[in-house]
Design a protein around this ligand. Sequence first.
Ligand code: HEM
Length: 509
Amino acid sequence: MFFQIAINLGLVLVGVAAIVYMLIRRQFTYWERKGVPYIKLESYLGTYADVINKKKSVPEMLKELFGKLKGERFGGVWEILSPRLFLVDPDVLRDIMVKNFDSWTSRGMTFNPEVDPLSQHVAMLDGKMWKGVRTKLTPTFTSARLKHMHYLLLECAKDLEKYLDSLAQKNEPIEAREVSAKFTTDVIGSCVFGIQMNSLSDEDAAFRKMGRKITDSSSFWSRFTLLVQASSPWLFKKLKLSLTSPDVEEFFLRITREAFEYREKNNVQRHDFIDLLRNLKNTDQKLGEDDVVFDDKLLTAQAYVFFGAGFETSSTTIGYALHELAVHQDIQERLRKELREMQAANKGEITWDGLQGMKYLDKVFQETLRKYPVIPQIERVSVKPYQLPGTNVVLPAGSKCLIPIYAFHHNPEFFPDPEKFDPERFTEEAKAERRPYTFIPFGGGPRNCIGSRFAEQQSKIGIVKVLDKFKLSLCDKSQNPLRYKLGARFLYPERGVWIKVTHLGANDK
Ligand code: HEM
């Protein structure tokens, strides 16, 4: 009897193991069966095994895969066991992101709004809800509105100058990314929440602490939740996991509520994002089919993503720009000269219009985003079956497509000598000659970065404010060329961006 049970149990286990093995093997032959060229799998951890094992950084891996698929328009890869279509041809990218956007509207991100209200923001939402929220938020970022906020950014820039002044006096190198993160935290705090964050004057400022917490995914729990979210959305929903820690949630709900109440009570208007979000709530909403009703939690979630998506992307970009300016003294001097001309024409001020007119600054900014796209890859998920253009291959709804931004920006066919920092790649003529959809630091199509203009504004102000009073150079701690952090999803420098800042001498001014 006992033996019979043991044998039956053994047979069941072998059967289950055989089915699991066959399902896994079937996943491995997915692209072959579809007739799509693919990169042969060498590990059960998928094509990205070396990234997971921390042997390679994400940008290294993207370049390598792009190279292996040279000559193809796209190819099949796997993230662990999940197949991904890796795009190589910018025309296919345009088809998916722009022309056939209706088939690829999703980012495929799962969340549980009932336990995680701050995750119901525009970057995570899908379908009608995404469309409704995005449509309502888009006018928030028009040039006219950003111009209204320019004075708030200049206020924060003054604090940046004071802070750098104190560091320059100590004659110690600065970690440019951390200094910039304090600046962009203050900017977003002021423009989005209407609060003075004091990150530049107070090492323990609450917002800077929250910022570190949001971007730090090194704890066991956050790794676990992210892994379950990516690998098994079903289980993520079933376990009702949250991507936001309770103290972060409490903090953002409280400060947004307080900001709303304060303005209501004191009838304050600052023309900042919180005024605009309040208007979304207060306007008499005549609801169309795609409209959403903004309650306090939905509004706070949008303010929260402006903070989360906005401060570190911009501060990292400023950090990389300052590094290149420290490496290339000629570019630094040319940019400072342009700044002086702009100031001379504007009574010494950094005006909104003056900043828009700084053509060389724009080239330096674009080239920084080209060489260092902070978000090196993005994804789209299909919401209906999709026939790949020029083929008979039909991908089912729910297929994932990977857009390797970094590999596009570092492909010598699109950008010769890609490791060279050369702002002249962004002259009007060079831009007109370049193949479309090869430069995509802010993504593309209707789901592109909603905050790109604000990012540009705060990054440019940060850069010129540093150049206005300080000379940048490399120091013993600088890493040049910079290498990237292993295991990071974003383009973060391996050892920080260390730079020496000194007060300008009479000859430099
Ligand atoms: C240099 C700075 C920045 C870079 C490089 C950057 C890059 C990106 C990229 C690549 C995407 C994905 C686009 C796509 O899938 O096509 C994105 C989305 C997004 N970004 Fe940015 N971003 C920056 C700054 C900002 C700022 C300052 C804000 C807000 C204040 C912001 C808010 C968002 C939001 C909300 C989305 C999701 C949009 C949607 O799904 O509809 N970003 N960003």
